[in-house]
Design a protein around this ligand. Structure first.
Ligand code: ATP
Ligand code: MG
Length: 417
């Protein structure tokens, strides 16, 4: 029986990977320009990091984690997100002793046991950005500005920035109670999951995709009517800074974000090209996360971009595939050793050159050059070689010229790079 990949786990094939490189390189360039540094963290962590960090009563921890016991009996989990691990690394290596402010990003795969569908996979990639150690609302605006700048740089359009404030440890409990009271009257309308959420984490009902739950929650009290004066002040400042940066946004009081650790500012960027899985990125402030993980308390804010969804939105008219600069069509066995030496030279120069390994006819070699979309073909026959010449054909214009074998590499470098 043929072995296939696991459901929800994708191969990124060579003709797609150029888009990934482009996205990742642009991310590195933009974020480093904003003063962020890359951090690389493990894919496996102790399960406790996520159950404590993300919160027991979240979809992720309740039903989406890949958790298993290793050979020593430790409970380990494939990371479902990166924030908790990044916070752990900041604490574990006491990065704050050098400077409490840490601006970090990481790029890599996340794992969630969700129902696979378009835009939703079990292994998917995120670009994750975090700032630890700053409570000032200016930094909330700064990361949002950077995010939008990045999304525009990769060529996304029709973006909508939605923001909300979720309050804090002091004011959110009161809202939770109000929401609970309101939804209790509508409990009969709620799906089984949401009936449970009503007790454990009623805010999550906003995220439920079931229609009757959406109806039940339509006129629910809004979180930002309940936030305390301190949170209100913080949120007003975030908006002021966003406006000062010339960024348009929409207030979405129903956007609550799925994880427990979020406080105050929450944001999402939605694309209208995506259909139902339309959130490209989400993020927010999480001033309680560190308190859950250890004794060192610190504010934090960040976001995560889903690379698959982002890649699916890249402009269609851009070329991301690296085609060969040159195809060498060689005729006759005598030429092979020469061709081998030439192609080695070219590769050392960074010229993408291909050749035919099979000794096929010129016609079939030209066909292959065409299929590979090589820009030029260097035609080398035994006679030409004897005369110290070769023919260079421009595959786009179909024009040909004779070039001398002497200084060939130099000539090709000038022409092709
Ligand atoms: P959604 O509401 O779509 O489930 P989320 O709130 O769970 O998203 P986050 O945990 O905030 O998402 O992750 C940030 C981004 O990661 C999302 O906006 C999305 O682009 C991407 N993402 C999340 N889950 C998946 C998945 N299962 N497959 C592919 N991309 C995903
Ligand atoms: Mg989700």
């Amino acid at each position: 029986m043929e072995i296939k990949a696991i459901r929800g786990f994708n191969d990124i094939l060579p003709d797609e990977v150029g888009k990934w490189h482009f996205v990742e390189e642009t991310a590195r360039e933009v974020f480093e320009g904003f003063g962020f540094s890359e951090i690389r963290i493990p894919i496996l962590e102790r399960t406790e990091l996520f159950s404590r960090g993300i919160g027991e009563a979240t979809d992720i921890v309740e039903k989406e984690m890949y958790t298993f016991t290793d050979r020593s009996g430790n409970s380990l989990t494939l990371r479902p997100e990166a924030t908790a691990s990044m916070a752990r690394a900041y604490l574990e290596h006491q990065l704050y002793t050098f400077d409490p402010v840490a601006k970090l990003y990481c790029i890599g795969p996340m794992f969630r046991y969700e129902r696979p569908q378009k835009g939703r996979y079990r292994q998917f990639y995120q670009i994750d950005v975090e700032v630890f150690g700053v409570e000032n609302p200016m930094v909330d605006a700064e990361v949002i500005v950077m995010l939008i700048h990045f999304l525009r740089r990769v060529g996304l359009e029709k973006l909508e920035l939605q923001i909300n404030s979720l309050g804090c440890r002091d004011c959110r409990p009161r809202y939770r109670e109000e929401l609970k009271k309101f939804l209790k009257q509508k409990a009969f309308q709620l799906c089984e999951d949401c009936q449970r959420r009503l007790e454990t984490n009623p805010l999550r009902i906003f995220d439920c995709k079931v229609e009757t739950c959406q109806e039940a929650i339509a006129d629910a009290p809004k979180v930002n009517d309940f936030i305390c004066p301190e949170c209100q002040k913080h949120f007003d400042k975030v908006r002021e800074y966003l406006e000062a940066a010339g960024l348009a946004y929409i207030l979405n009081p129903r956007m609550v974000r799925g994880l427990d650790y979020y406080t105050r500012t929450a944001f999402e960027v939605v694309s209208y090209q995506l259909g139902s899985q339309n959130a490209v990125t989400g993020g927010g402030r999480y001033d309680n996360l560190f308190g859950e993980l250890g004794d060192f308390d610190s504010p934090g804010i960040g976001f995560a971009i889903g690379i698959e969804r982002l890649v699916s939105l890249l402009p269609k008219d851009r070329e991301f595939v690296q085609y060969p600069h040159l195809f060498i069509a060689a005729l006759g066995v005598e030429t092979l050793i020469e061709v081998y030496q030439i192609i080695n030279q070219l590769h050392l120069e960074g010229i993408r050159a291909e050749l035919d390994y099979e000794g096929k006819s010129l016609k079939s070699q030209m066909r292959r050059a065409d299929k590979l979309k090589a820009r030029y073909v260097l035609i080398l026959g035994e006679n030409e070689l004897k005369q110290g010449k070769a023919v260079l054909r421009n595959m786009e214009t179909k024009s040909q010229e004779e070039i001398s074998m002497e200084g060939l590499i130099d000539i090709l470098r000038k022409k092709l790079l």
